[in-house]
Design a protein around this ligand. Structure first.
Ligand SMILES: [Zn+2]
Length: 309
């Protein structure tokens, strides 16, 4: 399963259809009774989204959802690999317009895709289908030793052969190493290493999405990784905590001497915007109203009378 799979899209689209159906009456969805209307709709919407992710996302750990009231209004959400969190603009959660809602739902799918991108990189590293960029020889040595039972007994010559030799020992990255290299929570990396070979193989051999610009899905994952983690692609720290697109920061790098932030790569963004074109029209059809034609109508509009409330 994957966010680029039609079943997952349909499941999330159905969840978002339900969310819009009860957008102004969330207490009805949660069966909160006569006093339910006292609950904040925005908080109940947040709760709905959080629970919806756990219902729909079972092929990776679902990110936590948090609200942020400091984000610019043009930003709907962002994803942090470091914290495994999708942040949603609290402004979007308080909106009343249909167009804004469609943008919110589409943004969540976009941010979830970022989570999947990092998750696939971790899986690919775990099953040796990817080579992490710019690893120092020390790190290569460490990786080699990790896969070697008797590494303490190796002579200097043997160590040299393992680094430079023609037939290096296959190396396996541990969950801990993946978490450290990727600035990813340990529990996420641990989950990614479970059944990684099977899951990653299924992912890269699935039908290539129409928006995928690379020749193969494996090439796409390599681009996500290389354009994000290659040291030459590191960009200077920006006080705004935003990249050039005003979009999300992935993580702060560990180096104390040169303070860098790693930004999500352009390759990741192209794929995440690509998956929006896969999701958004499906959701609008599912709800039955076109957002471009009716961006400002609210949930009470008669066009939505067919929805439960
Ligand atoms: Zn993005």
């Amino acid at each position: 399963m994957s966010l680029s799979n039609a079943v997952v899209r349909t499941n999330f689209s159905n969840e978002m259809r339900t969310l819009w159906s009860y957008w102004d009456t969330m207490h009805n969805f949660f069966n909160l009774g006569p006093m339910g209307a006292l609950f904040s709709n925005a908080r109940l919407r947040e709760r709905f989204i959080r629970e919806a992710l756990t219902r729909v996302i079972n092929f990776m750990p679902p990110p936590t959802v948090t609200l942020d009231n400091q984000m610019a209004r043009t930003l709907h959400g962002e994803f942090s690999c470091y914290r495994w969190v999708v942040k949603i603009n609290s402004y979007s959660m308080n909106n009343t317009g249909y167009g804004e809602f469609i943008e919110l739902a589409t943004t969540i799918y976009h941010e979830l895709r970022h989570a999947e991108q990092f998750y696939r990189i971790a899986q690919g590293l775990s099953c040796n289908q990817l080579e992490f960029p710019d690893l120092s020889e020390d790190n290569r040595l460490e990786r080699t030793f990790d896969a070697t039972q008797n590494n303490n007994a190796l002579s200097a010559v043997q160590r040299g052969q393992q680094i430079f030799g023609a037939a290096p020992t296959p190396h396996v990255l541990s969950a801990q190493q993946i978490a450290r290299l990727m600035y990813m929570p340990r529990r996420i990396a641990t989950r990614a290493t479970q059944n990684a070979a099977n899951d990653f193989q299924n992912f890269i051999t699935a039908a290539r999405p129409g928006w995928c610009r690379q020749a193969t899905i494996l090439d796409a994952v390599k681009d996500w990784m290389n354009f994000t983690y290659k040291k030459s692609n590191q960009q200077p720290y920006m006080a705004s905590n935003r990249d050039d697109n005003g979009d999300d920061i992935v993580r702060t790098a560990g180096g104390d001497t040169n303070r860098y932030l790693i930004y999500r790569s352009d390759a990741m963004e192209k794929d995440a915007f690509g998956i929006e074109t896969f999701f958004k029209p499906h959701l609008e059809t599912n709800i039955g109203v076109n957002a471009a034609t009716h961006p400002l109508i609210g949930r009470p509009h008669p066009l939505f009378n067919h929805l439960p409330s």
